[in-house]
Design a protein around this ligand. Structure first.
Ligand SMILES: NC(=O)C1=CN([C@@H]2O[C@H](COP(=O)(O)OP(=O)(O)OC[C@H]3O[C@@H](n4cnc5c(N)ncnc54)[C@H](OP(=O)(O)O)[C@@H]3O)[C@@H](O)[C@H]2O)C=CC1
Ligand SMILES: CC(=O)N[C@@H](CCC(=O)OP(=O)(O)O)C(=O)O
Length: 345
């Protein structure tokens, strides 16, 4: 059994990692950390775990966790992860970082969006962990930068179109909507019930920190520098991201051909499902699962491609993808522990 430590386990992504790892037959979770709940059984904080685990939160140093675990999930806020990641890396253990700290290859770009980086020397060691695109690189590393939730939905949605040179890279417009768990468990006014319920708004318009991450990865797929327009919105639901993406076509293609191109690109991929032509995804049909559902269409009037992609932000957008990466790092089948069907209704 591979021993797992979750550093920052009291947050939404940390507890989601535990929820999934407790049903993974190749691993045992041996350490979960939290400063504020140190000493408390996790079932006291998250009753979903009652009767399922006797694990208690520890306020442990990275050194203490590496003494117990073989693989460490970092589920900390960005700018915090970068302070402890080097200690885990130097211990020789495998690390999957769920924060944004090691996703951007260019330190100057990182620092212009996030502020000073505390451990830039580690950035070249990290592999950007979208298994459907970089499976071989993930298998060779022991440090994965797990992608952001919005970027996962957009990159998987755009990869077939960019790789097949179907669209003008300068024309991409992304309109994304996220459930409130995307903001984490830390109390904040914007996540209060009265702020979110019966409400729907755009936020960080033209300035969201996932913009450079999406641009970095789409540029890599296109083979040229890309700038995109990206607008996130906050939905009054717990989980789920729906991204609608528009781009100008470079050649004539029918909706049926487009659907075939997407199907071919993701042939054999366990966690990407291409919708039947004329049908489009719904966050309700991926909730609690590791699937990314993608629907495509050609709008002949505007000569644009329209792609709609849906994920659960806490699963394919965070903990599920982190476990998919861990499975590759450890030589397990990629879908081990991730076989769950979406929870509907
Ligand atoms: N929510 C989502 O949908 C997604 C989140 N992410 C990213 O994953 C990471 C975790 O997100 P999320 O779970 O939502 O965040 P939360 O705010 O819900 O949880 C953060 C966790 O980090 C711990 N923590 C905070 N500061 C420190 C510190 N200085 N030292 C040690 N532990 C600390 C907290 O524990 P305590 O204070 O008890 O010690 C808590 O367990 C973030 O980087 C986030 O951006 C990525 C994809 C999707
Ligand atoms: C709804 C909501 O607030 N979402 C978060 C995205 C959180 C996230 O996943 O960001 P990282 O993975 O890059 O840390 C936001 O807009 O900042």
């Amino acid at each position: 059994m591979i021993k797992i430590g979750i550093y920052g386990a009291s947050g939404y992504t940390g507890q989601e990692c535990l929820r999934l790892l407790l049903r993974h037959s190749g691993v045992e979770v041996v350490a979960i950390t939290s400063r504020r709940y140190a000493g408390l059984p996790i079932a006291d904080v998250y009753p979903v775990f009652s009767g399922l685990t006797s694990l208690s939160f520890m306020d442990a140093s990275p050194q203490e966790v590496t003494e117990l675990a073989d693989v460490i999930f970092l589920a900390l806020p960005h700018s915090e992860s970068m302070k402890v990641a080097p200690l885990f890396w130097e211990s020789g253990k495998k690390v999957v970082d769920l924060s944004a700290d090691y996703r951007l290859r260019d330190i100057a770009v990182y620092e212009s969006w996030y502020g000073k980086h505390a451990s830039p020397h580690l950035v070249p060691e990290a592999v950007y962990g979208i298994p459907e695109l970089y499976r071989e690189e993930v298998a060779k590393t022991r440090f994965v930068a797990n992608p952001g939730c919005y970027p996962t939905s957009v990159i998987l949605g755009m990869a077939p179109a960019l790789k097949n040179k179907l669209i003008d890279p300068a024309s991409v417009i992304v309109d994304s909507k996220s459930g409130t768990s995307g903001a984490g468990r830390e109390p904040q006014v914007g996540s209060l019930f009265c702020e979110v319920n019966e409400a729907f708004k755009a936020y960080k318009v033209g300035s969201h920190r996932h913009t450079p991450e999406i641009e970095q990865e789409l540029s890599r797929l296109a083979g040229e520098e890309m700038n995109i327009s990206f607008t996130p919105h906050l939905l009054p639901i717990d989980r789920g991201i729906l991204s609608t993406i528009y781009a100008t076509l470079t050649r004539e293609v029918t909706s049926a051909e487009l659907s075939e191109i997407y199907r071919d690109f993701y042939a054999g991929e366990r966690f990407v499902r291409i919708c039947r032509p004329g049908t489009f995804p719904n966050v309700a049909f991926v909730r609690g699962s590791n699937y990314c559902d993608i629907g495509t269409a050609v709008d002949p009037r505007t000569h644009r491609l329209i792609v709609v992609s849906a994920i659960d932000n806490l699963v394919k957008g965070a903990a599920g993808q982190a476990i998919q990466n861990m499975n590759i790092l450890c030589g397990f089948p990629e879908d081990m522990g991730l076989e769950m069907i979406a929870l509907f209704p």
